[in-house]
Design a protein around this ligand. Sequence first.
Ligand code: AMP
Ligand code: MN
Ligand code: MN
Length: 324
Amino acid sequence: MNLPIKMTINEIISHLLEAKKILLLCHVSPDGDCIGSLVALGRALQRLNKDVCMASEDKIPGSLRFITEPGEILLTNEITEKFDTAVAIDSGDMQRLGLIGQELFSKADFRINIDHHSSNPLYGDLNLVQPQRAATGEIILDLIFNLGIEIDRSLAEPLYTAIFTDTGGFRFTNTTKDTLNKAALLVGYGASPNLISHEIYENKPLGYFKMLALAFGRFTIDEKICYTWISFDEMAEFGLDFEASEELSTFAKMLENTKMSLVFKQKEENLVKVSLRSQNGYDVAKLAEKFGGGGHKQAAGCTINAPLDVAIKEMLHAAKEVDH
Ligand code: AMP
Ligand code: MN
Ligand code: MN
């Protein structure tokens, strides 16, 4: 398997070196892995004097702003230019780029897909998809090494953040010796584990804890499935953006004696984002796929176009039905 990957990396590098205008895109509801990977690759290409545009369909969550410079990442709806090359980062399928993101990606003359989701349908002209990697940031680090660019803090910090967030702070089963070796290398290049962990897991407004208290109070265990929910009215009441509810899934999976956790986060009146996590090897990506979503075996997501109570009922029903 090494040879094809190495060949793909070389092909991507020679393409990027020839490209004139490059668009880098991350997925909707961006997380630390896609933003960290986007910023690191974008900065690396800028050092090669490439005309690079980094863009996101949704705005960057407050807890990730420390790895970006103001104005460094545009919103996809601000883009009017055309690009000869577009790169999708950490996006398990094209829809994950968002409506405008997908259109921009499709319109580019050449498309590159860099990701670590096993369900990725290889939608690019070149596809560097490595499901064994804990984070897309690991793949970007390989690319940057191969580009021969010297890694400093401005690249190490976003890449460490990418790996740190997608491994839940090096706790999830995707954390391998290679993951930790890469993280150690990045610390050597100037990433500060304490600063990054503080920015990601601490430094929260008071409303965040009030939101947690409300959602924790709702924890329900039904046939070993733990679930909770939060509405957009409640998020607004606590002065929080939708993105601030994303971490609820990290807590829901801490409950003992459960096999799966489901967190229902209402984004709009009839739009609910569900985060699924499994505890004992059960494949939640398959369950998410039934609702048009996807992800990894242990962590998956989907959106349901229905009111909050209906989404909860439908997903719980499907979750109980699956064969364990
Ligand atoms: P989240 O619950 O948003 O933290 O996502 C967990 C995992 O599922 C991540 O690897 C995401 O890339 C993936 N995921 C989340 N939402 C979706 C979706 N709507 N479609 C496909 N994959 C998703
Ligand atoms: Mn991601
Ligand atoms: Mn990822």
